[in-house]
Design a protein around this ligand. Structure first.
Ligand code: ATP
Ligand code: MG
Length: 566
Protein backbone atom coordinates (compact mmCIF):
# COMPACT_ATOMS: atom_id res chain seq x y z
CA UNK A 1 0.00 0.00 0.00
CA UNK A 2 1.45 3.40 -0.86
CA UNK A 3 2.02 5.73 2.02
CA UNK A 4 -1.09 7.45 3.34
CA UNK A 5 -1.31 10.48 5.56
CA UNK A 6 -0.87 9.52 9.19
CA UNK A 7 -4.19 8.51 10.70
CA UNK A 8 -5.23 11.35 12.97
CA UNK A 9 -6.02 10.81 16.60
CA UNK A 10 -9.70 10.89 17.42
CA UNK A 11 -11.99 10.14 20.34
CA UNK A 12 -12.61 6.50 19.37
CA UNK A 13 -8.92 5.80 19.11
CA UNK A 14 -8.48 7.29 22.58
CA UNK A 15 -11.28 5.13 24.03
CA UNK A 16 -10.10 1.93 22.34
CA UNK A 17 -6.49 2.57 23.29
CA UNK A 18 -7.54 3.04 26.88
CA UNK A 19 -9.61 -0.13 26.86
CA UNK A 20 -6.56 -2.13 25.87
CA UNK A 21 -4.26 -0.42 28.34
CA UNK A 22 -6.80 -1.05 31.14
CA UNK A 23 -6.91 -4.71 30.24
CA UNK A 24 -10.60 -4.50 29.36
CA UNK A 25 -9.80 -6.20 26.06
CA UNK A 26 -6.58 -8.04 25.22
CA UNK A 27 -6.53 -6.48 21.74
CA UNK A 28 -8.71 -4.47 19.42
CA UNK A 29 -11.08 -6.26 17.08
CA UNK A 30 -13.27 -4.17 14.76
CA UNK A 31 -15.45 -4.93 11.75
CA UNK A 32 -16.80 -3.08 8.73
CA UNK A 33 -20.41 -4.28 8.37
CA UNK A 34 -22.04 -3.22 5.08
CA UNK A 35 -25.35 -4.51 3.87
CA UNK A 36 -24.91 -5.91 0.33
CA UNK A 37 -27.79 -3.84 -1.03
CA UNK A 38 -25.80 -1.52 -3.27
CA UNK A 39 -22.32 -0.28 -4.09
CA UNK A 40 -20.15 1.43 -1.52
CA UNK A 41 -19.86 5.21 -1.56
CA UNK A 42 -17.52 7.76 -0.08
CA UNK A 43 -19.37 7.70 3.26
CA UNK A 44 -18.56 4.02 3.56
CA UNK A 45 -14.90 4.78 2.89
CA UNK A 46 -14.92 6.78 6.10
CA UNK A 47 -16.21 3.79 8.04
CA UNK A 48 -13.74 1.45 6.29
CA UNK A 49 -10.77 3.69 7.05
CA UNK A 50 -11.97 4.08 10.62
CA UNK A 51 -12.49 0.38 11.33
CA UNK A 52 -9.51 -1.02 9.44
CA UNK A 53 -7.34 1.96 10.39
CA UNK A 54 -8.07 1.62 14.10
CA UNK A 55 -7.21 -2.08 14.08
CA UNK A 56 -4.01 -1.38 12.16
CA UNK A 57 -2.93 1.54 14.34
CA UNK A 58 -3.55 -0.34 17.57
CA UNK A 59 -2.18 -3.68 16.41
CA UNK A 60 -5.56 -5.44 16.26
CA UNK A 61 -7.77 -7.05 13.64
CA UNK A 62 -10.71 -6.09 11.47
CA UNK A 63 -13.32 -8.28 9.78
CA UNK A 64 -15.35 -7.52 6.70
CA UNK A 65 -18.84 -8.67 7.60
CA UNK A 66 -21.86 -8.63 5.36
CA UNK A 67 -24.89 -7.65 7.33
CA UNK A 68 -27.17 -9.63 5.07
CA UNK A 69 -30.57 -10.19 6.63
CA UNK A 70 -32.85 -8.47 4.10
CA UNK A 71 -33.20 -11.07 1.35
CA UNK A 72 -35.23 -8.91 -1.03
CA UNK A 73 -32.62 -6.19 -1.36
CA UNK A 74 -29.36 -8.08 -1.31
CA UNK A 75 -27.41 -9.78 -4.06
CA UNK A 76 -24.18 -11.52 -4.95
CA UNK A 77 -23.35 -8.67 -7.35
CA UNK A 78 -23.47 -6.13 -4.51
CA UNK A 79 -21.54 -8.39 -2.16
CA UNK A 80 -18.78 -8.94 -4.70
CA UNK A 81 -18.51 -5.27 -5.59
CA UNK A 82 -18.20 -4.35 -1.90
CA UNK A 83 -15.45 -6.89 -1.41
CA UNK A 84 -13.58 -5.55 -4.41
CA UNK A 85 -13.96 -1.94 -3.24
CA UNK A 86 -12.56 -2.69 0.23
CA UNK A 87 -9.58 -4.43 -1.40
CA UNK A 88 -9.15 -1.59 -3.88
CA UNK A 89 -8.99 0.87 -0.99
CA UNK A 90 -6.00 -1.14 0.20
CA UNK A 91 -7.34 -2.95 3.25
CA UNK A 92 -7.06 -6.59 4.23
CA UNK A 93 -9.67 -8.16 6.43
CA UNK A 94 -8.82 -10.63 9.10
CA UNK A 95 -11.89 -12.73 8.33
CA UNK A 96 -14.60 -12.49 5.72
CA UNK A 97 -17.92 -13.00 7.52
CA UNK A 98 -21.60 -13.06 6.72
CA UNK A 99 -24.41 -12.55 9.20
CA UNK A 100 -26.29 -15.10 7.11
CA UNK A 101 -23.80 -17.71 8.32
CA UNK A 102 -25.12 -17.10 11.84
CA UNK A 103 -28.81 -17.78 11.14
CA UNK A 104 -28.69 -21.06 13.04
CA UNK A 105 -27.00 -19.42 16.05
CA UNK A 106 -29.42 -16.53 15.97
CA UNK A 107 -32.35 -18.90 15.92
CA UNK A 108 -30.94 -20.69 18.94
CA UNK A 109 -30.57 -17.44 20.86
CA UNK A 110 -34.16 -16.50 19.99
CA UNK A 111 -35.33 -19.79 21.50
CA UNK A 112 -33.28 -19.02 24.59
CA UNK A 113 -35.03 -15.67 25.02
CA UNK A 114 -38.42 -17.35 24.55
CA UNK A 115 -37.54 -19.99 27.16
CA UNK A 116 -36.51 -17.28 29.59
CA UNK A 117 -39.82 -15.50 29.08
CA UNK A 118 -38.01 -12.62 27.36
CA UNK A 119 -39.53 -12.96 23.90
CA UNK A 120 -43.03 -13.67 22.61
CA UNK A 121 -44.83 -14.31 19.37
CA UNK A 122 -47.23 -11.55 18.42
CA UNK A 123 -49.97 -11.39 15.81
CA UNK A 124 -50.55 -7.65 15.79
CA UNK A 125 -50.28 -6.29 12.27
CA UNK A 126 -47.99 -3.39 11.44
CA UNK A 127 -50.67 -0.77 11.92
CA UNK A 128 -51.78 -2.15 15.27
CA UNK A 129 -48.21 -2.37 16.37
CA UNK A 130 -47.72 1.30 15.62
CA UNK A 131 -50.79 2.13 17.66
CA UNK A 132 -49.64 0.08 20.63
CA UNK A 133 -46.15 1.51 20.49
CA UNK A 134 -47.28 4.95 21.68
CA UNK A 135 -45.49 8.17 20.74
CA UNK A 136 -42.56 10.19 21.98
CA UNK A 137 -44.83 11.78 24.58
CA UNK A 138 -47.17 8.86 25.16
CA UNK A 139 -46.34 5.51 26.71
CA UNK A 140 -47.02 2.36 24.74
CA UNK A 141 -49.50 -0.37 25.64
CA UNK A 142 -48.81 -4.05 26.10
CA UNK A 143 -49.85 -6.27 23.25
CA UNK A 144 -52.67 -8.67 24.20
CA UNK A 145 -50.24 -11.49 23.26
CA UNK A 146 -47.49 -10.37 25.57
CA UNK A 147 -48.25 -12.92 28.24
CA UNK A 148 -48.66 -15.90 25.99
CA UNK A 149 -47.33 -19.01 27.77
CA UNK A 150 -43.74 -19.93 26.97
CA UNK A 151 -44.66 -23.30 25.48
CA UNK A 152 -47.08 -21.65 23.09
CA UNK A 153 -44.51 -19.03 22.06
CA UNK A 154 -42.05 -21.78 21.34
CA UNK A 155 -44.55 -23.76 19.34
CA UNK A 156 -45.59 -20.73 17.29
CA UNK A 157 -42.00 -19.66 16.64
CA UNK A 158 -41.03 -23.16 15.50
CA UNK A 159 -44.03 -23.18 13.19
CA UNK A 160 -43.09 -19.71 11.87
CA UNK A 161 -39.74 -21.25 10.94
CA UNK A 162 -41.43 -24.30 9.44
CA UNK A 163 -43.33 -22.06 7.04
CA UNK A 164 -46.81 -22.71 8.41
CA UNK A 165 -47.85 -19.04 8.39
CA UNK A 166 -48.10 -16.24 5.87
CA UNK A 167 -45.89 -13.16 5.84
CA UNK A 168 -47.17 -10.66 8.39
CA UNK A 169 -49.17 -13.21 10.38
CA UNK A 170 -46.70 -13.31 13.24
CA UNK A 171 -43.54 -11.70 14.54
CA UNK A 172 -41.22 -12.56 17.39
CA UNK A 173 -40.78 -9.64 19.80
CA UNK A 174 -38.50 -9.01 22.73
CA UNK A 175 -40.39 -8.53 25.99
CA UNK A 176 -38.76 -5.43 27.41
CA UNK A 177 -40.79 -2.38 28.35
CA UNK A 178 -43.67 -0.75 26.46
CA UNK A 179 -43.31 2.28 28.70
CA UNK A 180 -39.60 2.84 28.11
CA UNK A 181 -38.70 6.42 27.23
CA UNK A 182 -36.46 4.84 24.58
CA UNK A 183 -38.73 3.86 21.69
CA UNK A 184 -36.33 1.17 20.56
CA UNK A 185 -36.93 -0.71 23.84
CA UNK A 186 -40.70 -0.95 23.42
CA UNK A 187 -40.80 -4.66 22.65
CA UNK A 188 -38.80 -4.52 19.39
CA UNK A 189 -39.36 -7.11 16.68
CA UNK A 190 -36.63 -9.75 16.57
CA UNK A 191 -37.90 -11.90 13.68
CA UNK A 192 -40.34 -11.54 10.84
CA UNK A 193 -41.65 -13.95 8.22
CA UNK A 194 -40.35 -13.48 4.67
CA UNK A 195 -40.78 -15.96 1.88
CA UNK A 196 -37.88 -14.62 -0.08
CA UNK A 197 -34.86 -16.20 -1.71
CA UNK A 198 -31.63 -15.19 -0.02
CA UNK A 199 -28.55 -14.79 -2.23
CA UNK A 200 -26.53 -17.06 0.10
CA UNK A 201 -28.95 -18.96 2.32
CA UNK A 202 -31.21 -19.81 -0.60
CA UNK A 203 -34.71 -20.86 0.43
CA UNK A 204 -33.71 -22.51 3.66
CA UNK A 205 -35.26 -19.81 5.83
CA UNK A 206 -38.60 -18.08 5.80
CA UNK A 207 -37.99 -16.18 9.02
CA UNK A 208 -35.31 -13.51 9.04
CA UNK A 209 -33.75 -11.80 12.08
CA UNK A 210 -33.87 -8.02 12.45
CA UNK A 211 -30.80 -5.80 12.44
CA UNK A 212 -30.87 -5.05 16.17
CA UNK A 213 -30.92 -8.71 17.07
CA UNK A 214 -28.39 -9.76 14.45
CA UNK A 215 -25.76 -7.09 14.79
CA UNK A 216 -24.84 -7.41 18.45
CA UNK A 217 -24.82 -11.19 18.28
CA UNK A 218 -22.67 -11.21 15.14
CA UNK A 219 -20.23 -8.86 16.85
CA UNK A 220 -20.07 -11.05 19.93
CA UNK A 221 -19.70 -14.26 17.91
CA UNK A 222 -16.72 -12.80 16.07
CA UNK A 223 -15.11 -11.52 19.24
CA UNK A 224 -15.47 -7.90 18.13
CA UNK A 225 -14.37 -5.52 20.87
CA UNK A 226 -15.42 -2.15 19.48
CA UNK A 227 -18.54 -2.00 17.36
CA UNK A 228 -18.37 1.35 15.60
CA UNK A 229 -21.52 2.66 14.00
CA UNK A 230 -23.07 5.94 12.91
CA UNK A 231 -25.08 8.21 15.18
CA UNK A 232 -28.52 7.05 14.14
CA UNK A 233 -27.86 3.89 16.18
CA UNK A 234 -27.37 5.75 19.45
CA UNK A 235 -30.79 4.74 20.80
CA UNK A 236 -30.21 1.17 19.63
CA UNK A 237 -27.22 0.79 21.93
CA UNK A 238 -29.50 0.05 24.88
CA UNK A 239 -31.07 -2.81 22.93
CA UNK A 240 -27.65 -3.99 21.72
CA UNK A 241 -26.59 -4.35 25.34
CA UNK A 242 -29.92 -5.84 26.43
CA UNK A 243 -29.74 -8.68 23.92
CA UNK A 244 -26.16 -9.59 24.81
CA UNK A 245 -26.91 -9.40 28.52
CA UNK A 246 -29.83 -11.81 28.21
CA UNK A 247 -28.38 -14.60 26.10
CA UNK A 248 -25.66 -17.11 26.94
CA UNK A 249 -22.90 -16.11 24.60
CA UNK A 250 -19.53 -17.19 25.74
CA UNK A 251 -18.33 -19.28 22.84
CA UNK A 252 -17.16 -17.08 20.01
CA UNK A 253 -16.83 -18.26 16.42
CA UNK A 254 -13.08 -17.75 16.75
CA UNK A 255 -13.15 -20.35 19.49
CA UNK A 256 -12.13 -18.21 22.42
CA UNK A 257 -14.32 -18.52 25.46
CA UNK A 258 -15.45 -15.90 27.88
CA UNK A 259 -14.45 -12.81 25.94
CA UNK A 260 -15.70 -9.52 27.24
CA UNK A 261 -18.72 -8.44 25.26
CA UNK A 262 -18.34 -5.85 22.51
CA UNK A 263 -18.85 -2.18 23.08
CA UNK A 264 -20.85 -0.01 20.69
CA UNK A 265 -19.50 3.47 19.98
CA UNK A 266 -21.19 5.93 17.63
CA UNK A 267 -19.55 8.46 15.33
CA UNK A 268 -20.87 11.08 12.91
CA UNK A 269 -21.65 10.50 9.24
CA UNK A 270 -19.82 12.57 6.68
CA UNK A 271 -21.54 13.46 3.49
CA UNK A 272 -19.96 15.25 0.60
CA UNK A 273 -21.55 18.42 -0.75
CA UNK A 274 -23.22 18.19 -4.17
CA UNK A 275 -23.21 14.39 -3.94
CA UNK A 276 -25.52 11.61 -2.83
CA UNK A 277 -24.62 9.30 0.03
CA UNK A 278 -27.44 6.85 0.32
CA UNK A 279 -27.45 3.50 -1.41
CA UNK A 280 -31.20 3.66 -1.78
CA UNK A 281 -31.02 6.93 -3.71
CA UNK A 282 -27.94 5.95 -5.67
CA UNK A 283 -29.84 2.88 -6.84
CA UNK A 284 -32.62 5.17 -8.08
CA UNK A 285 -30.11 7.20 -10.12
CA UNK A 286 -28.94 3.99 -11.75
CA UNK A 287 -32.32 2.35 -12.26
CA UNK A 288 -33.95 5.47 -13.72
CA UNK A 289 -31.02 5.99 -16.08
CA UNK A 290 -29.89 9.39 -14.77
CA UNK A 291 -26.34 8.04 -14.84
CA UNK A 292 -24.70 5.37 -16.97
CA UNK A 293 -24.34 2.94 -14.05
CA UNK A 294 -22.95 2.50 -10.55
CA UNK A 295 -19.52 3.36 -11.91
CA UNK A 296 -20.54 6.49 -13.79
CA UNK A 297 -17.55 8.78 -13.15
CA UNK A 298 -19.87 11.46 -11.69
CA UNK A 299 -21.06 9.11 -8.96
CA UNK A 300 -19.35 9.25 -5.59
CA UNK A 301 -19.50 5.49 -5.34
CA UNK A 302 -16.07 3.96 -4.89
CA UNK A 303 -16.35 2.31 -8.32
CA UNK A 304 -17.34 5.67 -9.82
CA UNK A 305 -14.45 7.47 -8.19
CA UNK A 306 -12.08 4.74 -9.35
CA UNK A 307 -13.26 5.07 -12.94
CA UNK A 308 -12.99 8.85 -12.67
CA UNK A 309 -9.31 8.40 -11.82
CA UNK A 310 -9.25 8.77 -8.04
CA UNK A 311 -6.51 6.69 -6.44
CA UNK A 312 -7.08 4.60 -3.30
CA UNK A 313 -4.50 6.78 -1.57
CA UNK A 314 -6.43 9.95 -2.37
CA UNK A 315 -9.57 8.48 -0.79
CA UNK A 316 -7.67 7.37 2.30
CA UNK A 317 -6.11 10.82 2.55
CA UNK A 318 -9.55 12.39 2.24
CA UNK A 319 -10.81 10.23 5.09
CA UNK A 320 -7.80 11.14 7.23
CA UNK A 321 -8.42 14.79 6.46
CA UNK A 322 -12.11 14.80 7.46
CA UNK A 323 -11.36 12.90 10.67
CA UNK A 324 -13.78 11.20 13.04
CA UNK A 325 -16.12 13.23 15.23
CA UNK A 326 -19.27 12.81 17.29
CA UNK A 327 -21.27 15.00 14.90
CA UNK A 328 -22.55 14.46 11.39
CA UNK A 329 -20.78 16.69 8.93
CA UNK A 330 -21.02 18.00 5.40
CA UNK A 331 -17.73 18.06 3.56
CA UNK A 332 -16.65 20.68 1.06
CA UNK A 333 -15.99 19.17 -2.37
CA UNK A 334 -12.64 21.00 -2.39
CA UNK A 335 -11.34 18.64 0.30
CA UNK A 336 -11.90 15.61 -1.90
CA UNK A 337 -10.54 17.33 -5.00
CA UNK A 338 -7.47 18.59 -3.19
CA UNK A 339 -6.70 15.07 -1.99
CA UNK A 340 -6.54 13.73 -5.54
CA UNK A 341 -4.78 16.84 -6.89
CA UNK A 342 -2.14 16.47 -4.27
CA UNK A 343 -1.55 12.84 -5.18
CA UNK A 344 -1.53 13.40 -8.95
CA UNK A 345 0.57 16.55 -8.78
CA UNK A 346 3.37 14.39 -7.46
CA UNK A 347 2.88 11.32 -9.63
CA UNK A 348 1.16 12.09 -12.94
CA UNK A 349 3.15 12.38 -16.17
CA UNK A 350 2.83 15.70 -17.91
CA UNK A 351 1.65 15.55 -21.50
CA UNK A 352 0.07 17.85 -24.06
CA UNK A 353 -3.56 17.27 -24.84
CA UNK A 354 -5.83 19.65 -26.76
CA UNK A 355 -9.48 19.06 -25.88
CA UNK A 356 -11.17 21.31 -28.42
CA UNK A 357 -8.74 21.65 -31.31
CA UNK A 358 -8.14 24.55 -33.67
CA UNK A 359 -5.69 23.90 -36.50
CA UNK A 360 -2.74 26.26 -36.92
CA UNK A 361 -0.71 26.26 -40.15
CA UNK A 362 2.74 27.80 -39.77
CA UNK A 363 3.17 29.28 -43.19
CA UNK A 364 6.90 30.02 -43.04
CA UNK A 365 7.88 26.65 -41.57
CA UNK A 366 9.52 24.41 -44.20
CA UNK A 367 7.25 21.75 -45.68
CA UNK A 368 8.09 18.26 -44.41
CA UNK A 369 10.42 19.45 -41.65
CA UNK A 370 10.17 18.29 -38.04
CA UNK A 371 12.21 19.17 -35.00
CA UNK A 372 12.30 17.31 -31.73
CA UNK A 373 12.29 19.10 -28.39
CA UNK A 374 13.28 16.93 -25.47
CA UNK A 375 11.15 17.65 -22.42
CA UNK A 376 10.83 16.23 -18.92
CA UNK A 377 7.74 14.15 -18.06
CA UNK A 378 7.58 15.76 -14.64
CA UNK A 379 9.00 19.08 -13.45
CA UNK A 380 10.21 17.66 -10.13
CA UNK A 381 10.52 13.91 -10.51
CA UNK A 382 13.32 12.97 -12.91
CA UNK A 383 12.55 9.29 -12.46
CA UNK A 384 9.49 9.78 -14.66
CA UNK A 385 11.88 10.32 -17.58
CA UNK A 386 11.83 12.43 -20.72
CA UNK A 387 10.17 12.39 -24.08
CA UNK A 388 10.55 14.14 -27.40
CA UNK A 389 7.91 16.54 -28.65
CA UNK A 390 8.04 16.86 -32.41
CA UNK A 391 7.32 20.27 -33.86
CA UNK A 392 6.01 20.59 -37.42
CA UNK A 393 4.25 22.79 -39.92
CA UNK A 394 0.76 22.14 -38.59
CA UNK A 395 -0.23 22.04 -34.96
CA UNK A 396 -3.43 22.06 -32.93
CA UNK A 397 -4.13 24.55 -30.17
CA UNK A 398 -7.23 24.97 -27.97
CA UNK A 399 -10.14 26.92 -29.48
CA UNK A 400 -10.12 28.74 -26.15
CA UNK A 401 -6.60 30.01 -26.74
CA UNK A 402 -7.71 32.16 -29.69
CA UNK A 403 -10.03 35.16 -29.64
CA UNK A 404 -11.10 37.16 -32.67
CA UNK A 405 -11.35 40.37 -30.75
CA UNK A 406 -9.34 39.90 -27.59
CA UNK A 407 -9.17 42.45 -24.76
CA UNK A 408 -5.78 43.97 -23.95
CA UNK A 409 -5.17 41.68 -20.99
CA UNK A 410 -5.74 38.48 -23.01
CA UNK A 411 -2.27 37.03 -23.42
CA UNK A 412 -3.06 34.27 -25.85
CA UNK A 413 -3.64 34.33 -29.58
CA UNK A 414 -5.64 36.81 -31.65
CA UNK A 415 -5.24 38.43 -35.07
CA UNK A 416 -1.80 40.09 -35.12
CA UNK A 417 -0.93 38.73 -31.66
CA UNK A 418 2.09 36.67 -30.72
CA UNK A 419 2.14 33.72 -28.36
CA UNK A 420 4.69 31.05 -27.40
CA UNK A 421 4.00 27.40 -28.07
CA UNK A 422 5.34 25.85 -24.89
CA UNK A 423 8.79 24.28 -25.34
CA UNK A 424 8.67 25.42 -29.00
CA UNK A 425 8.59 28.63 -30.99
CA UNK A 426 6.79 31.94 -30.78
CA UNK A 427 4.09 32.31 -33.44
CA UNK A 428 2.15 35.32 -34.71
CA UNK A 429 -1.35 35.02 -36.15
CA UNK A 430 -1.71 36.64 -39.55
CA UNK A 431 -4.92 35.15 -40.92
CA UNK A 432 -7.89 33.13 -39.87
CA UNK A 433 -10.27 30.98 -41.86
CA UNK A 434 -13.97 30.70 -40.97
CA UNK A 435 -16.62 28.19 -41.96
CA UNK A 436 -20.07 29.09 -43.35
CA UNK A 437 -21.35 29.76 -39.84
CA UNK A 438 -18.55 32.20 -39.14
CA UNK A 439 -16.73 29.90 -36.76
CA UNK A 440 -12.94 30.13 -36.88
CA UNK A 441 -11.65 26.78 -38.13
CA UNK A 442 -8.01 27.44 -39.02
CA UNK A 443 -5.28 29.96 -38.28
CA UNK A 444 -2.38 30.95 -40.48
CA UNK A 445 0.64 31.98 -38.46
CA UNK A 446 4.32 32.66 -38.91
CA UNK A 447 6.96 31.48 -36.50
CA UNK A 448 10.11 33.21 -35.32
CA UNK A 449 12.97 30.76 -36.01
CA UNK A 450 15.11 32.54 -33.39
CA UNK A 451 12.65 31.99 -30.57
CA UNK A 452 13.28 28.35 -29.61
CA UNK A 453 13.47 27.22 -25.99
CA UNK A 454 11.98 30.19 -24.22
CA UNK A 455 14.28 32.85 -25.69
CA UNK A 456 13.98 35.59 -28.32
CA UNK A 457 16.87 37.06 -30.31
CA UNK A 458 15.85 40.66 -29.60
CA UNK A 459 15.04 40.02 -25.96
CA UNK A 460 11.30 40.74 -26.33
CA UNK A 461 9.08 39.13 -23.71
CA UNK A 462 6.20 36.94 -24.78
CA UNK A 463 3.67 36.72 -22.00
CA UNK A 464 1.34 34.04 -23.27
CA UNK A 465 2.44 30.43 -23.38
CA UNK A 466 0.02 27.81 -24.68
CA UNK A 467 0.08 24.06 -25.20
CA UNK A 468 -0.14 22.41 -28.60
CA UNK A 469 -0.01 19.08 -30.39
CA UNK A 470 1.74 18.37 -33.70
CA UNK A 471 -1.04 17.66 -36.22
CA UNK A 472 1.03 15.09 -38.12
CA UNK A 473 1.32 12.69 -35.23
CA UNK A 474 -1.61 13.71 -33.03
CA UNK A 475 -3.64 10.88 -31.54
CA UNK A 476 -7.40 11.32 -31.56
CA UNK A 477 -9.33 10.81 -28.34
CA UNK A 478 -12.68 11.43 -26.76
CA UNK A 479 -12.28 13.56 -23.67
CA UNK A 480 -14.95 13.63 -20.97
CA UNK A 481 -15.02 16.50 -18.54
CA UNK A 482 -17.16 16.18 -15.43
CA UNK A 483 -18.76 18.58 -13.03
CA UNK A 484 -20.86 18.07 -9.89
CA UNK A 485 -23.74 15.68 -10.46
CA UNK A 486 -26.12 17.95 -8.53
CA UNK A 487 -26.74 21.69 -8.58
CA UNK A 488 -27.63 21.74 -4.89
CA UNK A 489 -25.17 21.14 -2.05
CA UNK A 490 -27.60 18.85 -0.26
CA UNK A 491 -29.62 16.96 -2.88
CA UNK A 492 -30.65 14.25 -0.41
CA UNK A 493 -32.83 16.76 1.44
CA UNK A 494 -34.95 17.55 -1.62
CA UNK A 495 -38.26 15.85 -2.23
CA UNK A 496 -37.29 15.05 -5.79
CA UNK A 497 -33.52 14.98 -5.92
CA UNK A 498 -33.54 13.95 -9.56
CA UNK A 499 -34.77 17.46 -10.42
CA UNK A 500 -31.49 18.79 -9.06
CA UNK A 501 -29.25 16.88 -11.45
CA UNK A 502 -26.76 19.24 -13.06
CA UNK A 503 -27.51 19.23 -16.82
CA UNK A 504 -23.92 20.25 -17.44
CA UNK A 505 -22.31 17.57 -15.34
CA UNK A 506 -20.79 15.93 -18.43
CA UNK A 507 -19.11 17.67 -21.38
CA UNK A 508 -17.78 15.49 -24.17
CA UNK A 509 -14.98 16.60 -26.49
CA UNK A 510 -15.12 14.01 -29.27
CA UNK A 511 -12.17 15.30 -31.30
CA UNK A 512 -9.45 15.88 -28.75
CA UNK A 513 -5.84 15.64 -29.98
CA UNK A 514 -3.16 14.15 -27.77
CA UNK A 515 0.57 13.84 -28.13
CA UNK A 516 1.55 10.33 -29.27
CA UNK A 517 3.37 9.36 -26.06
CA UNK A 518 0.00 8.46 -24.50
CA UNK A 519 -0.13 5.43 -26.79
CA UNK A 520 2.79 3.82 -25.02
CA UNK A 521 1.25 4.38 -21.58
CA UNK A 522 -0.37 1.61 -19.59
CA UNK A 523 -4.10 1.57 -18.91
CA UNK A 524 -3.62 2.60 -15.26
CA UNK A 525 -1.43 5.62 -16.02
CA UNK A 526 -2.53 9.06 -14.96
CA UNK A 527 -1.65 12.26 -16.80
CA UNK A 528 -1.59 15.93 -16.32
CA UNK A 529 -2.62 17.54 -19.60
CA UNK A 530 -0.67 20.71 -19.08
CA UNK A 531 -2.93 23.72 -18.46
CA UNK A 532 -6.05 21.50 -18.69
CA UNK A 533 -6.27 19.08 -15.78
CA UNK A 534 -5.58 15.55 -14.60
CA UNK A 535 -6.77 12.66 -16.75
CA UNK A 536 -6.97 8.89 -16.85
CA UNK A 537 -8.09 6.38 -19.46
CA UNK A 538 -11.74 5.45 -19.10
CA UNK A 539 -11.59 1.82 -17.98
CA UNK A 540 -14.83 0.82 -19.69
CA UNK A 541 -14.76 2.58 -23.04
CA UNK A 542 -11.06 2.85 -23.93
CA UNK A 543 -9.61 0.12 -26.12
CA UNK A 544 -5.88 0.48 -25.76
CA UNK A 545 -5.02 -2.19 -28.37
CA UNK A 546 -7.09 -0.69 -31.15
CA UNK A 547 -6.06 2.83 -30.14
CA UNK A 548 -9.58 3.97 -29.28
CA UNK A 549 -8.92 6.38 -26.44
CA UNK A 550 -11.51 7.76 -24.05
CA UNK A 551 -10.08 9.99 -21.36
CA UNK A 552 -11.76 11.11 -18.15
CA UNK A 553 -10.86 14.34 -16.50
CA UNK A 554 -10.35 13.36 -12.89
CA UNK A 555 -10.03 16.89 -11.60
CA UNK A 556 -9.13 20.35 -12.83
CA UNK A 557 -5.73 21.82 -12.03
CA UNK A 558 -7.19 24.33 -9.62
CA UNK A 559 -10.40 24.78 -7.67
CA UNK A 560 -11.98 27.12 -10.23
CA UNK A 561 -15.53 25.93 -9.63
CA UNK A 562 -15.39 26.82 -5.95
CA UNK A 563 -14.37 30.38 -6.76
CA UNK A 564 -17.17 30.92 -9.23
CA UNK A 565 -19.84 29.68 -6.91
CA UNK A 566 -18.97 31.29 -3.65
P1 ATP B 1 -26.85 3.66 3.02
O1 ATP B 1 -27.96 4.48 3.55
O2 ATP B 1 -26.06 4.33 1.97
O3 ATP B 1 -27.29 2.28 2.61
P2 ATP B 1 -26.00 2.47 5.35
O4 ATP B 1 -25.49 3.01 6.62
O5 ATP B 1 -27.37 1.92 5.41
O6 ATP B 1 -25.84 3.51 4.24
P3 ATP B 1 -24.46 0.12 5.47
O7 ATP B 1 -24.15 -0.87 4.42
O8 ATP B 1 -25.32 -0.30 6.60
O9 ATP B 1 -25.07 1.35 4.75
O10 ATP B 1 -23.13 0.80 6.01
C1 ATP B 1 -22.00 0.12 6.47
C2 ATP B 1 -21.30 1.01 7.43
O11 ATP B 1 -20.92 2.24 6.82
C3 ATP B 1 -22.18 1.34 8.61
O12 ATP B 1 -21.46 1.15 9.80
C4 ATP B 1 -22.54 2.79 8.39
O13 ATP B 1 -22.77 3.41 9.59
C5 ATP B 1 -21.31 3.32 7.64
N1 ATP B 1 -21.66 4.48 6.84
C6 ATP B 1 -22.57 4.56 5.85
N2 ATP B 1 -22.65 5.81 5.36
C7 ATP B 1 -21.76 6.56 6.06
C8 ATP B 1 -21.37 7.94 6.02
N3 ATP B 1 -21.92 8.79 5.16
N4 ATP B 1 -20.40 8.35 6.88
C9 ATP B 1 -19.85 7.49 7.73
N5 ATP B 1 -20.16 6.19 7.81
C10 ATP B 1 -21.11 5.71 6.99
MG1 MG C 1 -27.75 0.32 6.61
Amino acid sequence: MSKTKAAPNHFIKAIAGNDVRNGQYPEIYTRFPPEPNGYLHLGHAKSICLNFGLAKDLGGHCNLRFDDTNPEKESTEFMESIRASVEWLGFEWDRLCYASDYYEHLYGFALELIDKGLAYVDDLNAEQMREYRGTLTEKGKNSPNRDRPIAQNRDLFERMKAGEFKEGDYTLRAKIDMESPNFVMRDPILYRIRFAHHYRAGDKWCIYPMYDFTHCISDALEGITHSLCTLEFQDNRELYNWVLANITIEQTITGEKGKTLPRQIEFGRSNLEYAMASKRKLIQLVNEGHVSGWNDPRMTTLVGLKRRGYTPKSIRDYCAEIGVTKKDSTIDMAILENAIRHDLEATAKRVFGVTDPLKVVITNYPEGQTEGFEVANHPKDESLGKRTLNFGKEVYIEQDDFMLDPPADYFRLGPGREVRLRYGYAITCNEFVTDDAGKVVELHCTYDPLSARGKTADGRKIKGIIHWVNADEAVGAEVRVYDRLFTDPNPAAAEDFTALINPESLTVYPNAKLEPSVLSASAQDRFQFERVGYFCFDEEDSEMESGKLVMNRTVSLRDTWGKQNR
